[in-house]
Design a protein around this ligand. Structure first.
Ligand SMILES: NC(=O)c1ccc[n+]([C@@H]2O[C@H](COP(=O)([O-])OP(=O)(O)OC[C@H]3O[C@@H](n4cnc5c(N)ncnc54)[C@H](O)[C@@H]3O)[C@@H](O)[C@H]2O)c1
Length: 270
Protein backbone atom coordinates (compact mmCIF):
# COMPACT_ATOMS: atom_id res chain seq x y z
CA UNK A 1 0.00 0.00 0.00
CA UNK A 2 1.25 3.45 -0.82
CA UNK A 3 0.48 5.75 2.08
CA UNK A 4 2.68 8.70 1.19
CA UNK A 5 0.61 11.86 0.71
CA UNK A 6 -2.52 9.93 1.68
CA UNK A 7 -5.05 11.07 4.24
CA UNK A 8 -6.29 8.46 6.70
CA UNK A 9 -9.05 8.82 9.27
CA UNK A 10 -9.34 6.41 12.20
CA UNK A 11 -12.24 6.47 14.66
CA UNK A 12 -11.86 5.02 18.12
CA UNK A 13 -8.17 5.96 17.88
CA UNK A 14 -7.56 6.77 21.56
CA UNK A 15 -7.16 3.14 22.59
CA UNK A 16 -6.84 -0.46 21.49
CA UNK A 17 -7.17 -1.43 17.82
CA UNK A 18 -7.78 2.14 16.61
CA UNK A 19 -4.71 3.41 18.44
CA UNK A 20 -2.61 0.61 16.91
CA UNK A 21 -4.00 1.38 13.44
CA UNK A 22 -3.18 5.08 13.79
CA UNK A 23 0.33 4.31 15.04
CA UNK A 24 0.97 1.93 12.12
CA UNK A 25 -0.42 4.32 9.50
CA UNK A 26 1.84 7.08 10.82
CA UNK A 27 4.86 4.75 11.05
CA UNK A 28 4.28 3.66 7.42
CA UNK A 29 4.46 7.26 6.25
CA UNK A 30 0.83 8.24 5.74
CA UNK A 31 0.66 11.89 4.67
CA UNK A 32 -1.71 12.70 7.52
CA UNK A 33 -3.54 10.66 10.09
CA UNK A 34 -6.66 12.10 11.70
CA UNK A 35 -7.37 10.41 15.01
CA UNK A 36 -10.98 10.61 16.13
CA UNK A 37 -12.38 9.66 19.52
CA UNK A 38 -14.78 10.74 22.20
CA UNK A 39 -11.99 10.48 24.76
CA UNK A 40 -10.31 13.85 24.45
CA UNK A 41 -7.31 13.16 26.68
CA UNK A 42 -6.61 9.74 25.13
CA UNK A 43 -6.86 10.87 21.52
CA UNK A 44 -4.70 13.95 22.13
CA UNK A 45 -2.01 11.81 23.73
CA UNK A 46 -1.86 9.30 20.87
CA UNK A 47 -2.05 12.00 18.17
CA UNK A 48 0.83 13.88 19.74
CA UNK A 49 2.93 10.70 19.93
CA UNK A 50 2.35 9.79 16.27
CA UNK A 51 2.38 13.31 14.82
CA UNK A 52 -1.28 13.07 13.81
CA UNK A 53 -4.27 15.33 14.28
CA UNK A 54 -6.64 14.72 17.18
CA UNK A 55 -10.35 15.40 16.79
CA UNK A 56 -12.82 14.91 19.62
CA UNK A 57 -16.00 13.66 18.02
CA UNK A 58 -18.88 11.44 19.09
CA UNK A 59 -19.28 9.13 16.08
CA UNK A 60 -22.98 8.76 16.94
CA UNK A 61 -23.65 12.47 16.38
CA UNK A 62 -24.18 13.05 12.63
CA UNK A 63 -23.66 16.83 12.89
CA UNK A 64 -20.28 16.37 14.65
CA UNK A 65 -19.21 13.80 12.05
CA UNK A 66 -20.28 16.16 9.24
CA UNK A 67 -18.18 19.00 10.72
CA UNK A 68 -15.19 16.67 11.02
CA UNK A 69 -15.36 15.39 7.45
CA UNK A 70 -16.04 18.88 6.05
CA UNK A 71 -13.01 20.24 7.89
CA UNK A 72 -10.72 17.42 6.70
CA UNK A 73 -11.85 17.78 3.09
CA UNK A 74 -11.42 21.56 3.14
CA UNK A 75 -8.00 21.38 4.73
CA UNK A 76 -6.49 18.30 3.08
CA UNK A 77 -8.74 17.29 0.19
CA UNK A 78 -9.79 13.72 -0.38
CA UNK A 79 -9.95 11.07 2.33
CA UNK A 80 -8.08 8.02 1.01
CA UNK A 81 -8.43 5.63 3.94
CA UNK A 82 -11.28 5.62 6.41
CA UNK A 83 -11.26 3.21 9.34
CA UNK A 84 -14.66 3.24 11.03
CA UNK A 85 -13.54 1.45 14.14
CA UNK A 86 -15.02 3.00 17.32
CA UNK A 87 -17.12 0.56 19.29
CA UNK A 88 -18.54 -0.25 22.71
CA UNK A 89 -19.23 -3.50 24.53
CA UNK A 90 -22.83 -3.82 25.69
CA UNK A 91 -23.56 -7.09 27.43
CA UNK A 92 -26.61 -8.90 28.69
CA UNK A 93 -29.78 -10.07 27.00
CA UNK A 94 -33.52 -9.40 27.12
CA UNK A 95 -33.21 -7.83 30.57
CA UNK A 96 -30.87 -5.17 29.19
CA UNK A 97 -32.55 -1.76 29.11
CA UNK A 98 -33.73 -0.55 25.70
CA UNK A 99 -31.50 2.53 26.02
CA UNK A 100 -28.49 0.19 26.22
CA UNK A 101 -29.66 -1.78 23.15
CA UNK A 102 -29.90 1.60 21.39
CA UNK A 103 -26.41 2.63 22.51
CA UNK A 104 -24.98 -0.65 21.18
CA UNK A 105 -26.77 -0.07 17.87
CA UNK A 106 -25.81 3.62 17.58
CA UNK A 107 -22.10 3.16 18.20
CA UNK A 108 -21.52 -0.29 16.68
CA UNK A 109 -23.79 -0.03 13.64
CA UNK A 110 -25.37 3.36 12.85
CA UNK A 111 -22.11 5.30 13.32
CA UNK A 112 -20.68 3.48 10.27
CA UNK A 113 -23.65 4.76 8.26
CA UNK A 114 -23.04 8.39 9.36
CA UNK A 115 -19.41 8.18 8.26
CA UNK A 116 -20.07 6.31 5.01
CA UNK A 117 -22.74 8.78 3.91
CA UNK A 118 -20.12 11.55 4.08
CA UNK A 119 -17.03 9.72 2.83
CA UNK A 120 -18.12 7.06 0.30
CA UNK A 121 -19.68 9.39 -2.34
CA UNK A 122 -16.36 11.28 -2.70
CA UNK A 123 -14.44 8.01 -2.99
CA UNK A 124 -16.91 6.76 -5.60
CA UNK A 125 -16.63 9.94 -7.67
CA UNK A 126 -12.81 9.71 -7.64
CA UNK A 127 -12.96 5.97 -8.36
CA UNK A 128 -10.74 5.05 -5.42
CA UNK A 129 -10.60 4.85 -1.65
CA UNK A 130 -10.68 2.36 1.18
CA UNK A 131 -13.43 2.13 3.76
CA UNK A 132 -12.82 -0.34 6.56
CA UNK A 133 -15.48 -1.20 9.13
CA UNK A 134 -14.43 -2.85 12.36
CA UNK A 135 -17.26 -5.26 13.13
CA UNK A 136 -16.43 -8.39 15.12
CA UNK A 137 -16.51 -12.18 14.97
CA UNK A 138 -19.70 -11.60 17.01
CA UNK A 139 -21.24 -10.15 13.85
CA UNK A 140 -20.64 -13.42 12.01
CA UNK A 141 -21.18 -16.04 14.71
CA UNK A 142 -22.93 -14.17 17.58
CA UNK A 143 -21.78 -13.64 21.17
CA UNK A 144 -23.48 -15.77 23.79
CA UNK A 145 -23.25 -13.30 26.68
CA UNK A 146 -23.83 -10.00 24.85
CA UNK A 147 -27.05 -9.84 22.84
CA UNK A 148 -26.98 -6.09 22.07
CA UNK A 149 -23.36 -6.29 20.93
CA UNK A 150 -23.93 -9.38 18.74
CA UNK A 151 -26.99 -7.90 17.05
CA UNK A 152 -25.36 -4.53 16.35
CA UNK A 153 -22.19 -6.15 15.03
CA UNK A 154 -24.24 -8.36 12.69
CA UNK A 155 -25.72 -5.11 11.33
CA UNK A 156 -22.22 -3.71 10.87
CA UNK A 157 -21.26 -6.77 8.81
CA UNK A 158 -24.45 -6.44 6.76
CA UNK A 159 -23.78 -2.75 6.14
CA UNK A 160 -20.20 -3.44 5.03
CA UNK A 161 -21.48 -6.13 2.61
CA UNK A 162 -24.06 -3.72 1.24
CA UNK A 163 -21.45 -1.00 0.67
CA UNK A 164 -19.11 -3.47 -1.06
CA UNK A 165 -21.91 -4.61 -3.37
CA UNK A 166 -23.10 -1.10 -4.21
CA UNK A 167 -19.79 0.78 -4.46
CA UNK A 168 -17.27 -1.88 -5.54
CA UNK A 169 -17.93 -1.13 -9.22
CA UNK A 170 -17.12 2.54 -8.53
CA UNK A 171 -13.64 1.64 -7.34
CA UNK A 172 -14.30 1.91 -3.59
CA UNK A 173 -12.71 -0.97 -1.71
CA UNK A 174 -14.70 -1.90 1.38
CA UNK A 175 -13.37 -4.28 4.02
CA UNK A 176 -14.90 -5.69 7.17
CA UNK A 177 -12.63 -6.53 10.09
CA UNK A 178 -13.99 -9.30 12.32
CA UNK A 179 -11.60 -10.15 15.13
CA UNK A 180 -12.38 -12.45 18.03
CA UNK A 181 -10.63 -11.60 21.34
CA UNK A 182 -8.18 -8.70 21.19
CA UNK A 183 -6.17 -7.61 24.18
CA UNK A 184 -7.75 -4.19 24.76
CA UNK A 185 -9.89 -2.59 27.47
CA UNK A 186 -12.92 -4.25 25.86
CA UNK A 187 -11.71 -7.67 26.93
CA UNK A 188 -11.10 -6.71 30.55
CA UNK A 189 -14.62 -7.44 31.89
CA UNK A 190 -14.77 -10.36 34.31
CA UNK A 191 -17.28 -12.27 32.21
CA UNK A 192 -16.84 -16.01 31.51
CA UNK A 193 -16.87 -15.42 27.75
CA UNK A 194 -14.25 -12.69 28.09
CA UNK A 195 -12.12 -15.05 30.19
CA UNK A 196 -12.46 -17.64 27.40
CA UNK A 197 -11.58 -15.09 24.71
CA UNK A 198 -8.60 -13.75 26.65
CA UNK A 199 -6.94 -17.17 26.29
CA UNK A 200 -6.72 -16.81 22.50
CA UNK A 201 -6.48 -13.04 22.39
CA UNK A 202 -4.30 -11.29 19.82
CA UNK A 203 -2.53 -8.01 20.46
CA UNK A 204 -3.85 -4.90 18.67
CA UNK A 205 -0.61 -4.93 16.63
CA UNK A 206 -1.31 -8.47 15.42
CA UNK A 207 -4.77 -7.33 14.35
CA UNK A 208 -3.22 -4.41 12.45
CA UNK A 209 -0.82 -6.88 10.73
CA UNK A 210 -3.90 -8.79 9.54
CA UNK A 211 -5.59 -5.55 8.40
CA UNK A 212 -2.59 -4.51 6.31
CA UNK A 213 -2.29 -8.04 4.82
CA UNK A 214 -6.03 -7.98 4.04
CA UNK A 215 -5.86 -4.54 2.42
CA UNK A 216 -2.84 -5.57 0.31
CA UNK A 217 -4.82 -8.61 -0.87
CA UNK A 218 -7.99 -6.56 -1.48
CA UNK A 219 -9.94 -8.79 0.91
CA UNK A 220 -13.43 -7.90 2.02
CA UNK A 221 -13.50 -10.07 5.12
CA UNK A 222 -10.45 -9.69 7.34
CA UNK A 223 -10.21 -12.41 9.98
CA UNK A 224 -7.18 -12.04 12.25
CA UNK A 225 -8.26 -15.24 14.07
CA UNK A 226 -8.24 -18.00 11.45
CA UNK A 227 -10.62 -20.22 13.46
CA UNK A 228 -13.42 -17.71 12.88
CA UNK A 229 -13.47 -18.73 9.20
CA UNK A 230 -14.17 -22.33 10.34
CA UNK A 231 -16.98 -21.25 12.71
CA UNK A 232 -18.52 -19.19 9.91
CA UNK A 233 -18.29 -22.08 7.42
CA UNK A 234 -19.87 -24.44 9.97
CA UNK A 235 -22.73 -22.02 10.51
CA UNK A 236 -23.38 -21.66 6.76
CA UNK A 237 -23.01 -25.43 6.23
CA UNK A 238 -25.56 -26.54 8.84
CA UNK A 239 -27.32 -23.75 10.75
CA UNK A 240 -29.19 -26.04 13.19
CA UNK A 241 -26.09 -28.00 14.08
CA UNK A 242 -24.19 -24.74 14.59
CA UNK A 243 -26.96 -23.44 16.91
CA UNK A 244 -26.80 -26.66 18.93
CA UNK A 245 -23.02 -26.22 19.21
CA UNK A 246 -23.50 -22.64 20.42
CA UNK A 247 -26.03 -23.80 23.04
CA UNK A 248 -23.51 -26.40 24.21
CA UNK A 249 -20.85 -23.68 24.41
CA UNK A 250 -23.23 -21.47 26.40
CA UNK A 251 -23.91 -24.31 28.87
CA UNK A 252 -20.17 -24.83 29.30
CA UNK A 253 -19.74 -21.15 30.22
CA UNK A 254 -22.58 -21.29 32.73
CA UNK A 255 -20.48 -23.48 35.04
CA UNK A 256 -19.21 -20.09 36.23
CA UNK A 257 -22.74 -18.82 36.54
CA UNK A 258 -22.28 -16.80 39.74
CA UNK A 259 -19.50 -14.71 38.23
CA UNK A 260 -21.49 -14.36 35.07
CA UNK A 261 -24.63 -13.05 36.77
CA UNK A 262 -22.71 -10.47 38.75
CA UNK A 263 -20.69 -9.21 35.83
CA UNK A 264 -23.56 -9.29 33.39
CA UNK A 265 -25.57 -7.07 35.69
CA UNK A 266 -22.62 -4.69 35.89
CA UNK A 267 -22.14 -4.75 32.12
CA UNK A 268 -25.77 -3.98 31.43
CA UNK A 269 -25.33 -0.58 32.97
CA UNK A 270 -21.63 -0.13 32.13
N1 LIG B 1 -11.24 -6.13 21.87
C1 LIG B 1 -11.88 -7.14 21.29
O1 LIG B 1 -11.83 -8.29 21.75
C2 LIG B 1 -12.68 -6.88 20.03
C3 LIG B 1 -13.12 -8.00 19.30
C4 LIG B 1 -13.86 -7.79 18.14
C5 LIG B 1 -14.14 -6.51 17.71
N2 LIG B 1 -13.72 -5.45 18.44
C6 LIG B 1 -14.08 -4.11 17.95
O2 LIG B 1 -12.90 -3.37 17.72
C7 LIG B 1 -13.21 -1.98 17.80
C8 LIG B 1 -12.18 -1.30 18.68
O3 LIG B 1 -12.35 -1.79 20.02
P1 LIG B 1 -11.12 -2.03 21.01
O4 LIG B 1 -11.09 -3.46 21.34
O5 LIG B 1 -9.90 -1.36 20.50
O6 LIG B 1 -11.71 -1.32 22.30
P2 LIG B 1 -11.27 0.01 23.08
O7 LIG B 1 -12.29 0.20 24.11
O8 LIG B 1 -9.84 -0.10 23.46
O9 LIG B 1 -11.38 1.15 21.95
C9 LIG B 1 -12.61 1.64 21.49
C10 LIG B 1 -12.45 3.13 21.24
O10 LIG B 1 -13.68 3.64 20.71
C11 LIG B 1 -13.93 4.90 21.33
N3 LIG B 1 -15.35 5.23 21.28
C12 LIG B 1 -16.38 4.58 21.89
N4 LIG B 1 -17.53 5.20 21.65
C13 LIG B 1 -17.25 6.26 20.86
C14 LIG B 1 -18.03 7.30 20.29
N5 LIG B 1 -19.37 7.35 20.48
N6 LIG B 1 -17.41 8.23 19.52
C15 LIG B 1 -16.07 8.20 19.33
N7 LIG B 1 -15.28 7.24 19.86
C16 LIG B 1 -15.86 6.29 20.62
C17 LIG B 1 -13.44 4.70 22.77
O11 LIG B 1 -13.24 5.92 23.45
C18 LIG B 1 -12.16 3.90 22.54
O12 LIG B 1 -11.04 4.74 22.37
C19 LIG B 1 -14.63 -1.88 18.32
O13 LIG B 1 -15.52 -1.64 17.25
C20 LIG B 1 -14.86 -3.26 18.92
O14 LIG B 1 -16.23 -3.60 18.97
C21 LIG B 1 -12.99 -5.60 19.58
Amino acid sequence: MTLQDKTAVVTGAAHGIGEALARRLAACGAGRVVLVDIDSEGVSRVAEEVGGLARVVDVCAPEQVACLIGEIQTEFGAIDYCFSNAGVAVGGGLETEVEDWCRAWEVNALAHVHLARLVIPGMASRGEGRFVITASAAGLVSNVTAGPYAVAKASAVAFAEWLAINYGDSGVKVSCLCPQGVDTRMLEADDPLMAFLRKGALSPDQVVDAVFRGLEANQFLILPHHEVADYFRRKAGDYDRWLEGMRRFRRSLSTRRDDHETIRNENVKG
